[in-house]
Design a protein around this ligand. Structure first.
Ligand SMILES: Nc1ncnc2c1ncn2[C@@H]1O[C@H](COP(=O)(O)OP(=O)(O)O)[C@@H](O)[C@H]1O
Ligand SMILES: [Mg+2]
Length: 265
């Protein structure tokens, strides 16, 4: 991983000319839930690399393993077999405490349900990951990240006083405050109306383009996926292809072929 590769990828100008560094690598990942009698294979020999500074969407029919993929990639869950290397660290080599620390310090999460703490102010919610990591939240850093997501004027508000889109922007600010190697989102726009979802997607796009942030987002919405620069398709726990520079039409067409909109599902 050289600076040259990362810089080239950040600027976008040399994208494709050089092979950008991978910030996450899953190799032969299997995830089986349940025991021998009721085993469900959620991920079946998944091997995929995610580029530093890239915006990747993970798509597939319901039950295809998207959430499991994200949880394994982000160290929230451990694969049954195979390996996950994140930010140069083999997650399988870490004990629980080390894994928890890595999640806190190197990974950001955004969920469909914003998961903000209702009793805390916007400022306190965003500073929370730093407190959990034993650090005193730097006021100016918290204010700066809230400014970036367009909520510089709502520092003292409670989540309940904000719209859904604003709450998700607070959640994104909270996920970015530790400067994570990867920002993971599981259906981050799933609870938002179309216009608000677009604002949140534009914000994610902006963090990729302006900050070189790596973003990995699970979605079932072709419009959301078209904001990414690459789509990884899953079907029945396997990688069913990828699409570079996706458009809404091409994503929708692939999803139809995967049976997502068909009568079979
Ligand atoms: N905790 C769990 N216990 C048992 N089965 C699970 C669990 N989580 C997911 N599964 C199963 O694994 C498969 C993949 O699930 P999931 O990753 O949630 O798919 P997606 O997010 O694409 O809808 C599904 O068959 C689901 O029922
Ligand atoms: Mg899911």
């Amino acid at each position: 991983m050289t600076d040259l590769l990362e810089d080239a990828d950040f600027r976008g100008g040399a994208r494709g000319a050089l092979r950008p560094a991978e910030v996450v690598r899953l190799e032969s990942v299997r995830k089986v839930y349940g025991g021998s009698k009721n085993a469900v294979v959620a991920l079946d020999e998944v091997s995929v690399g995610l580029r530093q500074g890239g915006f990747t969407a993970v798509m597939g029919p319901s039950g295809s393993g998207k959430s499991t993929f994200l949880q394994c990639a982000a160290g929230l869950d451990r694969p049954t077999s195979g390996s996950v290397v994140l930010d140069g660290v083999d997650l399988g080599s870490l004990g629980e405490r080390e894994l928890t620390r890595l999640r806190r310090e190197r990974i950001g999460f955004v969920f469909q349900a914003f998961n903000l703490l209702p009793a805390l102010s916007v400022r306190e919610n965003v500073g929370l990951p730093l407190r959990l990591a034993g650090r005193r939240p730097d006021r100016s850093a918290v204010e700066e990240v809230l400014e970036r997501v367009g909520l510089g004027g709502r520092l003292g508000s409670r989540p309940g006083e904000l719209s859904g889109g604003q709450q998700q922007r607070v959640a994104i600010a909270r996920a970015l405050i530790t400067r994570p190697a990867v920002l993971f989102g599981d259906e981050p726009t799933g609870a938002l109306d179309t216009a608000t979802a677009r604002e949140v997607l534009a914000l994610l796009r902006e963090t990729v383009e302006e900050r070189g942030q790596t973003v990995v987002m699970v979605t079932h919405d072709p419009v959301a996926a078209a904001h990414a620069d690459r789509v990884v398709f899953l079907a029945d726990g396997r990688v069913a292809g990828t699409l570079e520079r996706p458009t809404v039409d091409r994503v929708a067409e692939r999803m139809t072929r995967l049976g997502a909109n068909g009568a079979g599902r």
